[in-house]
Design a protein around this ligand. Structure first.
Ligand SMILES: [Zn+2]
Length: 435
């Protein structure tokens, strides 16, 4: 299965807004920000707020498409809520005072608003205004929308933003049993989203924090640069964030007795049991089968799109640049013709490359490096930094052998194949993916 995406199916490099840089800005310490800034994916406006440039926007839209497919597949219905929330709504749940990282703004008449850090209050307000009976439940509503959080430290590039895009899904149920069932369904969908983004995850169990005494779960992607530390069992699925665990690595697993290990990781998603916390406080009720009126039972399920993107870069890179997983790569193929000393030969090389570009762009996403002013070294450095899934090099040398060089970004060695073989092999890969 492949996320449908028609945006930016192909691009000519000389005209594309891709300004790569040799050096990252000195104030960026995280690998994801360094590589994404150097590769022309993002621009930093201020601490914790980044623009997604055309390349970054393609990857963001791919993540969005994957999430949308997986959320729709578990009964999610997409909507869009405002970022501007009246103070009164947040006062109903007491979170106007209790949430430290809430951005608060005043309008010119002195009315106060929050810039949405999360949307439990707004979604609960939407649902309570409508007459809900047990027949309308369960209900699963989600959005992908901008959130604001007044973070004290936002030095981790896309991992910890003050403004960021999040997918938040809220589920509404008539019974606790039904909520629990859906919670497990959502858990599996989350694992699928991350796997399609090239991330393996450990699911850690935690208490519900500020929401509830009931459990919540974090999805942790193991990587050296992670800020979290996870204690896990390699044999069964027991796993905890070290912050809350009373176990240490080297101790036996409380579930199966196997020796526990630890690993650094980045939290890429979390899911919570809300129960009736919000529905009770905000009077969001439904009429049950027997005619009794009760608060609706809720769950919420979040993941940050930029955070996923940043984590993918943290996990998949080498010293030359980003190594995108197949489904997220901004381009399936990067065609790189090299300039020769002989002008006529250069013309032949570029003619061959242009022909290939025209053929391939019908079935896959292609970036064509048509620049005749860039050296081979510059072109290779850019190609490795940008990290398209595979690369085709055409040069005087390959042309003399009537071949092209084909290489995946993740591979060390290129294969020499005929242009026809390359086209057939690539077309077969992408036909297979679409079916
Ligand atoms: Zn175990």
């Amino acid at each position: 299965m492949r996320a449908r995406l028609i945006l930016y199916a192909y691009m000519v490099q000389s005209r594309a807004f891709i300004k790569t840089k040799k050096e990252a800005p000195k104030d960026e310490v995280s690998v994801n920000a360094q590589l994404l800034l150097r590769g022309g994916y993002i621009d930093k406006l201020t601490s914790g707020a980044y623009s997604f440039l055309p390349l970054g926007f393609i990857v963001l839209k791919k993540i969005e498409a994957i999430i949308r497919e997986e959320m729709n597949a578990i009964g999610g219905q997409e909507l869009l809520m405002p970022a501007l929330h009246p103070k009164e709504l947040w006062e109903e749940t007491g979170r106007w005072e209790s949430m430290d990282d809430l951005y608060k703004v005043k309008d010119r008449q002195g009315r106060e608003f929050a810039l949405g850090a999360t949307h439990e209050e707004v979604i609960t307000d939407i649902v309570r205004k409508r007459t809900i009976s047990y027949k309308d439940l369960p209900l699963h509503l989600y959005q992908m929308q901008t959130k604001f959080r007044d973070e004290l430290r936002s030095k981790s590039g896309l991992l910890r933003g003050r403004e960021f895009t999040m997918k938040d899904l809220y589920s509404f149920h008539a019974s606790e049993e039904d909520r629990k069932k859906y919670y497990e369904v959502a858990k599996k969908a989350y694992v699928r989203v991350f796997a399609r983004c090239g991330l393996s995850t450990i699911i850690t169990e935690a208490s519900g924090g500020s929401f509830s005494k009931d459990v919540s779960h974090e999805f942790q992607a193991p990587t050296e640069s992670g800020e979290d530390l996870v204690i896990f069992c390699g044999k069964c699925d027991w796993a905890r964030n070290v912050e809350i665990a009373d176990k240490k690595a080297g101790e036996p697993c409380p579930s199966c007795g196997n020796i526990l290990s630890e690993v650094k990781s980045i939290e890429v998603g979390n899911i919570f049991t809300l129960g009736t916390r919000f529905s009770s406080l905000m009077n969001a009720l439904f009429t049950d089968k027997d005619g009794s009126v009760k608060p609706i039972i809720m769950g919420c399920y979040g993941m940050g799109l930029g955070r996923i993107l940043g984590t993918v870069v943290e996990v998949n890179h080498d010293d030359r640049g980003i190594v995108w997983p197949r489904e997220l790569a901004p381009f399936d193929v990067h065609i790189v013709p090299l300039v020769s000393k002989d002008v006529k030969m250069t013309k032949r090389v570029f003619a061959e490359a242009a022909k290939m570009y025209r053929v391939l762009r019908g079935t896959m996403t292609v970036l064509y490096d048509d620049r005749e002013t860039a050296s081979a070294g510059e072109k290779f450095a850019d190609a490795d930094l940008i990290g398209a899934f595979q690369r085709i090099v055409i040069s005087e040398k390959t042309l003399k052998e009537r071949k092209v060089e084909l290489k995946k970004r993740s591979e060390q060695k290129a294969k020499m194949v005929t242009a026809k073989q390359a086209i057939t092999a690539l077309a077969a890969q992408y036909r297979k993916r679409k079916s």
